[in-house]
Design a protein around this ligand. Structure first.
Ligand SMILES: Cc1cc2nc3c(=O)[nH]c(=O)nc-3n(C[C@H](O)[C@H](O)[C@H](O)COP(=O)(O)O)c2cc1C
Length: 187
């Protein structure tokens, strides 16, 4: 698929006033026309991962798989709880790695943007990056967006200071470059 690329995005935080949700909103607003970022606000409706459900996947699981398969990229506002991704984000990503013989996330270009406490979400990202790479996603690691203690630097609509805005813009540019390289490799 060629530009404009379709990127789906969700936030791993359910918190009202979430800074990670705000980062995704910022990304949506500043994305270049070559990247269309579509907000997904229903990943919290995915059931807890239970392989029993895979025999007859619920409609929302099928919707998630279909959404990922139709997308070129996935952008996640990734909070960090106790050095780990939030359960919401991990659950959505676990479902994205299924079914094992046709992983929905395979071939997807994936980027994390994080706002955390002192750690800035670095450990959550480090934890997931090799796993998703192994599952067939292309991870956009550089430049990292791992923002520490920024609650007073971004509002709920994603209005942020220049440093945060430029960090997210650089990440989106890296995502766009990874998508172009993917196309060039498959041409
Ligand atoms: C249960 C819990 C554990 C947390 N653990 C970490 C952590 O390990 N590293 C970190 O950087 N921040 C940690 N934090 C702080 C959150 O990352 C921070 O509150 C962040 O703003 C949450 O994202 P949000 O604004 O999108 O809701 C933790 C917060 C909670 C509620």
């Amino acid at each position: 698929m060629t530009s404009p690329y379709r990127v789906v995005a969700f936030s791993g935080s359910l918190r009202q006033g979430s800074t990670n949700t705000a980062l995704v909103r910022l990304a949506q607003r500043i994305a270049r026309p070559e990247l269309q970022i579509e907000w997904i606000d229903w990943v919290d409706q995915l059931p807890w991962m239970n392989p029993d459900l895979e025999e007859d996947p619920p409609a929302v699981v099928q919707r998630w798989w279909q959404t990922l398969r139709e997308a070129d990229g996935l952008l996640v506002g990734m909070p960090e709880y106790n050095w780990s991704p939030t359960p919401l984000a991990k659950n959505a990503l676990d479902w994205a790695t299924r079914p094992p013989d046709d992983r929905a996330i395979a071939g997807t270009v994936v980027a994390f943007i994080s706002s955390g406490g002192r750690g800035g979400g670095a450990k959550a990202q480090e934890n997931l990056t090799p796993i998703l790479g192994f599952m067939g996603a292309t991870m956009v690691v550089e430049p990292p967006v791992q923002l520490a203690l920024v609650r007073d630097r971004i509002d709920a609509d994603g209005n942020a200071d220049e440093e945060i805005t430029e960090a997210v813009r650089a990440k989106l540019d890296a995502m766009l470059e990874a998508l172009r390289q993917r196309d060039a490799a498959s041409a």
